[in-house]
Design a binder for this molecule. Structure first.
Ligand code: UDP
Length: 441
């Protein structure tokens, strides 16, 4: 399915104002160099989760820059999404993937075999779900196109030893691509494919992130029965065990014993994530009918409401146990909120402990940090200001586009030739900016 309902014509002028003329001119120069190239993005869901969030802004932005780019979404039976959810968990280090699932995986690939467009010059496949589509291209097409695999998962060490195992299949598939892209250095596997690092980003002008009138924020609180006078602690996440919503409730209860506050858990059902129903039920059972705990199950297009809830919060929590990057952390920081988040995956790329938020590993630590921030609003406010400026510099859409175009420039213009060994290019180094970690004193 080709996505046709994207917002058109984002105002490049507004982005230029946000990130500054210097960075913006560099992007325009790169786009000029790639002029005439046709790009295609492929993933497995139109809405729900970070990849869909990124593509919804990224694709219109590229088109506004004059680079023709389309976005296609796989279509498959629910059984496939059960399999790919298990696969996703497997890549993040959890067992459960069985050999019988491999057939379901290939059935869905066959069903989508025509998805890669004939006239696309650069195709970026996102995550493992559509990874196998490369097998349906002819040898000639594989040579003519440039094929990139972008992995958004917190990739643990994948056991690839046994021939025919899923780890081995994935590795062999990825090694057929011209390059791979990961969110952080720590996920780069030692596979025979050039690897790039591009941290994700948020769109400051999207419905999810743009400034909102106070009256609208208040109206959203009223709609969900949230008390505007009582401090608000919020976690926004798919209902997923790795986001640890139950741990958030436990931490919240510890905080509330010491100071009045409310917890808002904002989630929804990403349509490629069948497990979320079970997790949501467990969350509701844990929350019981506690009037201070608001468990929201929002439709996937609730971007403005989520924006309002984040803005109304005193502290944002993201107590993940695994996290590819954690766009919800970026969104919280951009809204000037201190963020208390799991010390896992890409989260430490965004939070410097004690500077713009806190990194935590346990329920008790989460509770201690949230309590501190609620009791010290001045310190919380200062952290929030630092967090917003940090995101402005490193994690906004124009930077993500710049890095991606730098990768495309390298694969298209022949700067990558060796496919037989691991080569790690870092586009942020190429573009002259180091942004892979939070600043140190
Ligand atoms: N999100 C949403 N509705 C929800 C839950 C999450 O729109 O009910 C959005 C959230 O605001 C963020 C993205 O989905 O933009 C989640 O990205 P993240 O990287 O935090 O996690 P992922 O879901 O990709 O694991």
């Amino acid at each position: 399915m080709i996505v046709t309902d994207l917002p058109c014509c984002p105002s490049l002028k507004e982005y230029r104002q946000i990130v500054g003329a210097e960075q913006f001119s560099a992007i325009e120069e790169l786009a000029g160099r790639l002029s005439g190239i046709r790009m295609q993005e492929i993933n497995s869901t139109r809405q729900g989760g970070g990849v869909a969030e990124i593509l919804a802004s990224y694709v219109p932005f590229l088109n506004a820059l004059g680079l023709e780019t389309t976005w296609s979404v796989m279509e498959a039976k629910p059984a496939f999404f059960d399999v790919t959810k298990t696969l996703h968990n497997f890549l993040q280090g959890r067992d459960g993937f069985s050999p019988s699932m491999i057939e379901t995986y290939w059935e869905a690939q066959r069903q989508n075999e025509g998805l890669i467009e004939d006239d696309a010059d650069v195709v970026t496949i996102h995550d493992p779900q559509p990874l196998g589509l490369i097998e349906f291209l002819t040898g000639r097409e594989r040579e003519q196109k440039r094929l990139l695999w972008r992995c958004h998962v917190q990739l643990e060490t994948v056991p690839t030893g046994t021939a025919g195992s899923i780890g081995n299949i994935l590795r062999r598939l990825v090694e057929k691509y011209h390059a791979s892209i990961f969110s952080s250095f720590q996920y780069l596997p030692l596979w025979r494919v050039p690897g790039f690092i591009i941290p994700p980003f948020i769109d400051p002008l999207s419905e999810k992130n743009r400034d909102l009138p106070t009256a609208e924020v208040d109206a959203v609180l009223a709609k969900y029965g949230i008390d505007a006078e009582k401090p608000i602690v919020t976690q926004v996440s798919r209902y997923d065990v790795f986001k640890d919503p139950v741990g958030v409730i436990e931490a919240f209860r510890k905080v509330r014993r010491k100071t009045p506050c409310q917890l808002v858990l904002v989630g929804g059902r990403a349509c490629d994530d069948p497990e979320c129903f079970l997790v949501l039920r467990e969350v509701r059972e844990t929350a019981e009918d506690d009037p201070d705990i608001h468990v929201l199950d929002l439709p996937p297009d609730s971007h403005r409401e989520i924006n309002a809830l984040q803005r109304a919060s005193d502290v944002i929590v993201q107590k993940s146990l695994k996290e590819g990057f954690g766009l919800t952390v970026t969104e919280g920081l951009w809204k000037g909120k201190p963020v208390v988040a799991g010390n896992v995956g890409g989260i430490p790329l965004q939070i410097r402990d004690g500077w713009n938020g806190y990194l935590v590993s346990t329920v008790q630590e989460t509770a201690d940090r949230v309590l501190y921030l609620l009791r010290h609003p001045d310190a919380a406010g200062e952290m929030g200001i630092r967090g917003r400026e940090f995101v402005r510099e490193y994690y906004l859409l124009p930077r993500g586009v710049q890095d991606h175009l730098a990768v495309v420039d390298q694969v298209v213009n022949g700067k990558i030739t060796a496919r037989e060994s691991v080569i790690c290019y870092h586009p942020q180094v190429v573009t002259g900016r180091m942004a892979a970690c939070a600043p140190r004193d």
